[in-house]
Ligand binder design. Structure first.
Ligand code: G1P
Length: 295
């Protein structure tokens, strides 16, 4: 037991245009692209709820209403299915308690840091989680639950990290690691510095930020004055870097599998990997994959 403020709110920045998946994402938000039968954003929301977080804040933009519709009650659908004696199990995960989903708009695409700052009034004065739905994290327990367990021990700010090959570091935020291998499951690393999208030569390690954060509300005040960084965007990584030394800052090495669904190959990999794990389809999918590979 601890007396730390619990993590009850999660911010999902979903305003991005998804240009890498055009034309699929011309009229559909990229977060609604399905991995089998669940849209990407649903995996992130399920992970949040598993970690005990039930207040969902979506930072959206134009053309993103399908995400909000997805988590709304669908009266006609539910009534018709009930009338026909069909199970509602498949839509259960989309049901959010009234009042627990809030949206704010990011009117201009100024970067991830700016998107998070757009949620400041709703986050208020409590620690909160951030989920980048592009990063699909599959674990037991899920990534955020692992992070909340670590948070209960060390408090402060936490980010999830994992190792990538050195030639991939320039696509991510990278940590400068201090003391390693302590805390629950030996998963904690002290964070001494953070760099957004460094060159391979300048990267302080090959440990990248993998799209899950628990942050203290003070980050909003830092973001308020944050100038543009990598790619000319207001970067969350730069704001977090300024908090190191002021508040505890740790990385949690995620025990589980991670798929970067922000690119096409990662998306295909996730689809195949999850299909091969699902009891209802793995045998058929395995046979199909072997057949295709043999051709
Ligand atoms: C963002 C973050 C970066 C992080 C990455 C994870 O980058 O800025 O620090 O490593 O997500 O996917 P983006 O993918 O928006 O360029």
């Amino acid at each position: 037991m601890t007396n730390r403020k619990p993590i009850r709110k999660a911010v999902f920045p979903v305003a991005g245009m998804g240009t890498r998946f055009l034309p699929a994402t011309k009229a559909i938000p990229k977060e609604m692209l399905p991995i089998i039968d669940r849209p990407l954003v649903q995996y992130a929301v399920d992970e949040a709820r598993e970690a005990g977080i039930d207040q969902l804040i979506f930072v959206t933009g134009r053309g993103k209403t399908a995400i909000v519709e997805h988590f709304d009650h669908a009266f006609e659908l539910e009534a018709t299915m009930t009338e026909r004696d069909k199970s509602l199990d498949a839509i259960d995960p989309t049901r959010i308690l009234p009042g627990n989903l809030v949206t704010v708009r990011q009117q201009v695409p100024l970067g991830l840091g700016h998107a998070i700052w757009c949620a400041r009034a709703i986050v208020g004065d409590e620690p909160f989680a951030i989920f980048l739905p592009d990063e699909l994290m599959i674990g037991q327990p899920g990534c955020m639950k692992q992070m909340v367990e670590a948070y209960n021990e060390v408090g402060g700010n936490l980010i999830s990290v994992l190792e990538v090959p050195e030639d991939e570091v320039s696509s991510y935020g990278v940590i400068d690691p201090g003391k390693r291998g302590f805390g629950p499951g030996g998963a904690l690393t002290e964070v001494r510095g953070l760099v957004e999208k460094p060159t391979r030569e300048a990267a302080p390690s090959n440990l990248i930020i993998s799209g899950r954060y628990i942050l203290q509300p003070e980050v909003m005040r830092v973001l308020e004055h944050q100038g543009k960084g990598a790619g000319g965007e207001i970067q969350l990584t730069d704001a977090m870097a300024q908090m190191i030394g002021q508040q505890p800052f740790h990385a949690v090495t995620f025990a589980g599998k991670r798929y970067d669904c922000g690119n096409k190959t990662g998306f295909v990999e996730a689809t195949l990997a999850i299909a091969l794990e699902r009891e209802d389809m793995r045998d058929e999918v395995r046979a199909m994959a072997l057949r295709l590979l043999g051709e």
